[in-house]
Ligand binder design. Structure first.
Ligand SMILES: Cc1cc2nc3c(=O)[nH]c(=O)nc-3n(C[C@H](O)[C@H](O)[C@H](O)COP(=O)(O)O)c2cc1C
Length: 371
C-alpha cells in the first residue's frame, strides 16, 4: 500500500546483507518501495535526458589497461577529502527532500554515512533541520546549499553549518533556474518541497558571492556544478577548496557533456590547486575507479544512494556502500594495484560503449531474476 505523504510502500524487513547480493537488487527494491511519482522524480532528468545518458556513456567509453603479477592480497580502498579520511572516496551527494524516499530522510542517510565512514552532503531542500542531522554525523557532514536569501541569510546558514560541525559548505552553482523535468510535469506531479521561495537569490548567485564567502568564512568551500576548465580556473583563483564537476545528474541543463568527459580538462586546469570531486551516474565500483584514475579525489553518488535509502533505510545505504566497496576492491586488485590511490591514467584507455546508456543501464540484470 502506498502512502500519499511519503510515496513509500510497505517495508521488507529481511537483513539487507542477505536480501541484496548485487547492487541491481537494491535498485529493484527501491522501485518496488516507491510510488510511481517519486520513482520517476528520482530516476528522471531534464527534457530529452541526454545529459543524463551522456554521464553513463562517458563512463562506458573508458576501458581498463590492467597490470598483473603484483601480489594483490592487500588492497586499500579508502580515500581522503579536505583532510577527512573516508572508508571509500564517496560522498552521498546532496538530494532534496530525502524524506520522500524514507521518513527519516537526512537523519537516516547520515546514520548510514557515519556508520560506513563516508560523508553526507545535506541539501537545504528538506524538512529535517541540519541540527537534527548533525546529531548522527560523527564529523561526516557537509552543508550543501542553494542560495535562498540575502547575504545575511547565507551568514546564518554558514554559522549553522559550523555549529553543526560540518567540515565544508557546498554551494550548488548549476541551478540558476529550475529545469524542465518532463516526467514530473507530464504526470502533473507537483513536488510539495518545491515551493520556490527565494529562488531568485539562486539565479542572482555570481563570482562576487564566491569572493565574499572566501573573505568572510573560515570553512572550506565546495563549488558543485562546475562543467568547464574556464570556471574551474575562476574557482581556484578565488581560493575555492573543492571543484565539484557535475551536471546535476543530467537534471539541469540538457545536452551537456558527460561528467567523466569534463573531468580531464578540469584536472588540468586546477593543476593541484584544489581538490576535485565528480558525479554523474557513478553506480559501479569500476565507475569510481575510472574517476580516480582520471584525477578525481572522490566521487559523489545521488540516485543509487537514494535507492539504498528507499530499499532498506540506513541499512540499505550501508549495504549499497558495502557492495560498492567489494566491487572497487576487486577492480583495483585486477588492475594490479594494492591501493585505489595508485590507480592512474595509464590504467584506462578510450573504448566504444557496448550498450545504449540509460539511468540504470549499469545494471543489465534488472528484472532478469524477479524476486
Ligand atoms: C532526487 C534528486 C534530488 C537532488 N537534489 C539536489 C539538491 O538539492 N542539491 C544539489 O546540489 N543537487 C541535487 N541533486 C543532484 C545530485 O547532488 C547529484 O549531482 C546527482 O544526483 C549525481 O548523479 P547520479 O544521481 O547519477 O549519481 C539531486 C539529484 C536527485 C537524483
Amino acid at each position: 500500500m502506498s502512502s500519499v505523504v511519503s510515496g513509500m510502500n510497505e517495508a521488507d524487513n529481511t537483513d539487507p546483507s542477505e536480501r541484496f547480493l548485487c547492487l541491481h537488487e537494491i535498485v529493484e527494491a527501491a522501485e518496488q518501495a516507491l510510488s510511481e511519482n517519486i520513482w520517476n522524480y528520482l530516476r528522471g532528468a531534464t527534457e530529452t535526458e541526454t545529459t543524463m545518458k551522456r554521464n553513463r556513456q562517458a563512463l562506458d567509453s573508458v576501458a581498463f589497461r590492467p597490470r598483473v603479477l603484483n601480489d594483490m592480497r592487500e588492497v586499500a580502498v579508502g580515500g581522503r577529502l579536505l583532510g577527512k579520511d573516508l572508508a571509500l572516496p564517496v560522498l552521498l551527494a546532496p538530494v532534496g527532500s530525502l524524506e520522500s524516499f524514507e521518513p527519516g530522510g537526512g537523519k537516516t542517510a547520515m546514520r548510514a554515512a557515519a556508520e560506513f565512514g563516508n560523508a553526507l552532503m545535506l541539501s537545504n531542500v528538506g524538512s529535517i533541520p541540519i541540527e537534527d542531522v548533525a546529531a548522527e554525523a560523527d564529523g561526516m557532514l557537509i552543508s550543501a546549499l542553494y542560495k535562498r536569501g540575502d547575504d545575511g541569510w547565507l551568514d546564518e546558514q554558514v554559522q549553522r553549518a559550523k555549529d553543526a560541525k560540518c567540515f565544508a559548505v557546498s554551494l550548488t552553482v548549476d541551478s540558476a533556474y529550475y529545469s524542465r523535468r518532463e516526467r514530473d510535469i507530464a504526470a502533473r506531479f507537483v513536488k510539495p518541497w518545491r515551493a520556490g521561495a527565494g529562488a531568485d537569490w539562486q539565479a542572482a548567485l555570481n563570482w562576487k558571492d564566491v569572493e565574499r564567502f572566501k573573505e568572510r568564512y573560515d570553512i572550506p568551500l565546495i563549488l558543485k556544478g562546475i562543467a568547464t576548465a574556464e570556471d574551474a580556473v575562476m574557482a581556484v583563483e578565488r581560493g575555492v577548496d573543492v571543484v565539484y564537476v557535475s551536471n546535476h545528474g543530467g537534471r539541469q541543463l540538457d545536452h551537456g557533456r558527460g561528467s567523466l568527459d569534463v573531468l580531464p580538462e578540469v584536472v588540468d586546469a586546477v593543476a593541484g590547486r584544489a581538490e576535485i570531486v565528480v558525479d554523474g551516474s557513478i553506480q559501479r565500483g569500476t565507475d569510481l575507479v575510472k574517476a580516480i584514475a582520471l584525477g578525481a579525489n572522490a566521487v559523489g553518488m545521488g540516485r543509487l544512494f537514494c535507492c539504498g535509502l528507499a530499499a532498506a533505510g540506513d541499512a540499505g545505504v550501508v549495504r549499497m556502500l558495502t557492495l560498492l566497496r567489494d566491487e572497487v576492491r576487486t577492480a583495483v586488485a585486477l588492475l594490479g594495484e594494492n591501493s585505489l590511490s595508485d590507480v592512474r591514467a595509464s590504467h584506462v584507455h578510450p573504448a566504444a560503449p557496448v550498450a545504449g546508456p540509460d539511468v540504470f543501464s549499469a545494471f543489465p540484470l534488472i528484472g532478469a531474476y524477479p524476486s
